[in-house]
Design a protein around this ligand. Structure first.
Ligand code: DGL
Length: 281
């Protein structure tokens, strides 16, 4: 059979820098694939926003990426996946992968006690999407969910470890684990949270496995590309990896470079309509 290649980029979207944790895993697993990342930093966080607003923002981001002729869309944001995956799929001309099912499968595979803790944004917790996806993977698993609204703004501000990160994380995690001592697996149900993995692992200790959706999402993308016969040819192209943000380019670059430990390609600025106010607490 003749071999087909598709050298169009994989589009990756998040509300901000969090989806870079998924992009990093995609690039490790699929080094020949060109990528195009869009962070909607100007309108992050998505977690506290009403469901219809997250849906609208996600559809706008998907349109921006589709206009760049991507071959596949990865919604590397749990909140956007929970609120918008079905609708983006309905409207998209290319396949769309979210991060919730991959995250749920990672957690269901890791737990021995069948007690999983999920930390996520308020929007993701409220949607119930993780509860549903984990129970679908294993109906006997107990799921305790906790919304952690302080974490995304902290990561977007570049605070990834140290005294402040540690105390904010302790205030969330210690009561959760004390209330549910059988939890042996903590699922980072927001793609920003792996950037806080070091302090999270210190706080939960060796008895709790910390898992996220990055690896299993990359596997899902790989399987899909193979099923479609749509892998890239592996010929080094100019601008293999493009990164764009709707927010402040310098702030984006500083967090992103700490994550990747390398200089990013020039980050592009994308214009988006002004940010509607966040709902008050
Ligand atoms: N990375 C997004 C997620 O996985 C964060 C959403 C937000 O901006 O609050 O949910």
């Amino acid at each position: 059979m003749p071999q087909h290649f598709d050298d169009r980029p994989i589009g990756v979207f998040d509300s901000g820098v969090g989806g870079l944790t998924v992009l990093a895993e995609l690039r490790r697993r699929l080094p020949a694939e060109p990528t195009l990342y869009l962070g909607d930093n100007a309108r992050a966080p998505y977690g506290p926003r009403p469901a219809d607003e997250v849906l609208r923002f996600t559809l706008e981001a998907a349109d921006l990426l589709l206009a760049q002729d991507v071959k596949l869309l990865v919604i590397a944001c749990n909140t956007a996946t929970a609120r918008a995956l079905d609708e983006v799929r309905r409207r998209s001309s290319v396949p769309v992968i979210g991060v919730i099912r991959p995250g749920a499968l990672a957690a269901a595979a890791a737990t021995r006690t069948r007690n999983v803790g999920v930390i996520a944004t308020a929007g993701t917790v409220e949607s119930g999407a993780y509860h549903e996806a984990i129970v679908e993977a294993d109906a006997a698993t107990q799921v305790a969910q906790l919304a952690c609204p302080e974490l995304v703004p902290m990561v977007e501000a570049g605070i990834l470890d140290g005294r402040r990160a540690e105390s904010v994380l302790r205030a969330y995690l210690e009561p959760m684990l004390a209330a549910d001592p059988d939890i042996d697996t903590l699922l980072l149900g927001c793609t920003h949270y792996p950037l806080l993995r070091a302090p999270i692992e210190r706080i939960v200790g060796d008895g709790v496995a910390v898992v996220d959706s990055a690896f299993t999402t990359a596997l899902a993308v790989e399987d899909l590309l193979d099923a479609l016969g749509a892998r890239a040819s592996g010929v080094e192209a100019d601008a293999m990896h493009r990164v764009a943000t709707t927010g402040d380019v310098a702030a984006f670059v500083s967090v992103a470079e700490r994550l990747f430990g390398e200089r990013l390609p020039a980050v592009e600025a994308v214009e988006i309509e002004p940010m509607p106010a966040l709902p008050l607490d």
